[in-house]
Ligand binder design. Structure first.
Ligand SMILES: Cc1ncc(COP(=O)(O)O)c(C=O)c1O
Length: 474
């Protein structure tokens, strides 16, 4: 007889006799999946001792369940849950357990940093220091707007590096830019919000989820065409922009348009939401400072650690104008919301900012990504001469525009055939009602940051070969 050491928590329902209660508890455990098909049940002697009932009670219950088809009693190998449980509540209602993410052989999807370069040592040192030195209150529930240590460090860092003018009291920590955008969207009465054409699908979805309607404005080499805002009827109550590095096309909002959008917002009492998703990564010159510095009371500024460290951290921040900060205060206190970012992670980031490890990491990655971009451009110029790269030297992605006669779908198919994952301007554009597919230019969005250093050359080889396959060679 094979013995089972399965430890079983059996919740015997009240009001039933010993044997009937045990039978029902076992049925429930099988139905809910707590006992899975093939699981070996304890011998009647062991279970009887565990439950402090007679062995006859257990034998009787096992016999009954075997007769009903829930379990199978095999004299030589013990008692097991039947292979096909009769009723498995929840089948068809379960959420997928498999990883949602695809891990392509050559990962050139836009917007992701190099995971192999995550500063594990510095992060571990920061966590160790937090665990050693932080007061016991770190184990309490978190705070609504994030830990004060992180808000202070971030306010100083953003002022120093991005020209953001913010009091730590108006800076909130959020679970990535997307979560912060959701908070901001929830503070605005539902209505029209202007967005850059084919802006990040996730941001569009977040705004729509909160009941806003999207009004796309075009983008050219000088950033979003904000002069259009004056002509929109009804007037949007906000505009979402990526001023430092337009996503995905890669232009910078020109100085004239920076002032123009501010004039528009002031005139219409609207707000500008600035998405500064990769502002730390500019390669040809110093980054342009954040728009927010021009008018902290009109401009909501959002940033993220998803590009500088890793999206898995879900760490972002928003600098709010005074009225929005007080509205958030009211909303979070009545809805009892707290900052969802784990306190230890917040304090670890604060420590990395404090000791300079964050700056060092960003500087190192800036150099690395700059080299990768240069390498990509060089390889394209050599092997895919008909591909034109547009956008400023910045960020973690580039856009390859396609010549007449070459369509985006066939280039994406050629990439897929060589196991290269990239984005497509038209394919990724989740269109709003006011934008037709035909209006979106075609092009390939290629992220150059993600592959490990040893895999980068092969990934670029495969990409340029795919472009050649699609007719973009000589
Ligand atoms: C344009 C843009 N904004 C914001 C983000 C960052 O979002 P999150 O901080 O939620 O990861 C990304 C990331 O891909 C992005 O591409």
């Amino acid at each position: 007889m094979v013995q089972s050491d399965l430890d079983l928590l059996l919740l015997v329902p009240p009001g039933l006799g010993r044997r009937a209660g045990l039978e029902e508890a076992l049925r429930r455990a099988i139905r809910t999946g707590a006992l899975q098909a093939g699981a070996r049940l304890p011998s009647s002697r062991v279970l009887a001792a565990d439950l402090n009932v007679s062995r006859g009670t257990v034998v009787g219950a096992y016999d009954q369940l075997a007769a009903e088809g829930w379990i199978t009693i095999r004299p030589a190998s013990g008692t097991v849950v039947a292979e096909a449980p009769l009723l498995h509540v929840g089948v068809g209602e379960r959420l997928p357990l498999e990883a949602e993410a695809i891990h392509p052989r050559h990962d050139l999807r836009p917007g992701r940093p190099e995971y192999g370069s995550f500063p594990r040592t510095a992060w571990a040192a920061a966590v160790r220091s937090v665990l050693a030195l932080a007061p016991n209150d770190i184990w309490d529930y978190g705070q609504r707007f994030g830990r004060p240590e992180l808000r202070r460090e971030l306010a100083a860092y953003l002022g120093r590096v991005r020209g953001v003018l913010i009091d730590p009291g108006r800076l909130v920590v959020c679970a990535g830019f997307s979560h912060g955008l959701g908070l901001v969207a929830s503070l605005l009465a539902p209505g029209p919000i202007a967005v850059e054409e084919f802006a990040l699908a996730r941001s569009r979805a977040t705004l729509e989820h909160h009941g806003h309607t999207l009004v796309p404005i075009p983008v050219d080499d000088h950033g979003a065409v904000v002069d259009m805002l004056d002509r929109l009827d009804p007037t949007p109550r906000a505009v979402l922009l990526t001023p430092a590095h337009q996503y995905p096309l890669g232009s910078t909002l020109s100085p004239g348009r920076r002032h123009e959008v501010l004039r528009w917002a002031t005139h219409h009492d609207a707000i500008v939401i600035e998405d500064d998703y990769d502002g730390e990564f500019r390669y040809d010159r110093q980054s342009v400072g954040a728009l927010q510095g021009l008018d902290p009371n009109r401009i909501v500024y959002g940033g993220t650690a998803s590009k500088t460290l890793a999206p898995a951290l879900r760490l972002g921040w928003f600098a709010l104008p005074a009225t929005m900060a007080s509205n958030l205060d009211v909303v979070t206190s009545s809805a009892r919301l707290e900052c969802p970012v784990p306190v230890i992670d917040q304090l670890a980031l604060a420590e990395m900012l404090r000791c300079g490890a964050y700056d060092r990491h960003v500087r190192r990655m800036r150099l690395r990504y700059h080299r990768r971009r240069d390498e990509l451009l060089h390889r394209l110029a050599t092997n895919a001469q008909r591909a034109a790269v547009t956008g400023i030297a910045a960020g973690l992605h580039a856009v390859v525009r396609l010549p007449a006669g070459v369509d985006e779908a066939s280039v994406l198919a050629a990439c897929a055939a060589r196991q290269v994952a990239v984005g497509g301007l038209r394919t990724d554009a989740h269109l709003s009602r006011n934008l037709r597919r035909g209006d979106v230019p075609e092009g390939i969005i290629v992220g150059y940051a993600t592959p490990a250093a040893h895999a980068f050359g092969a990934a670029i080889d495969a990409f340029t070969a795919a472009l050649s396959d699609a007719g973009l060679g000589q």
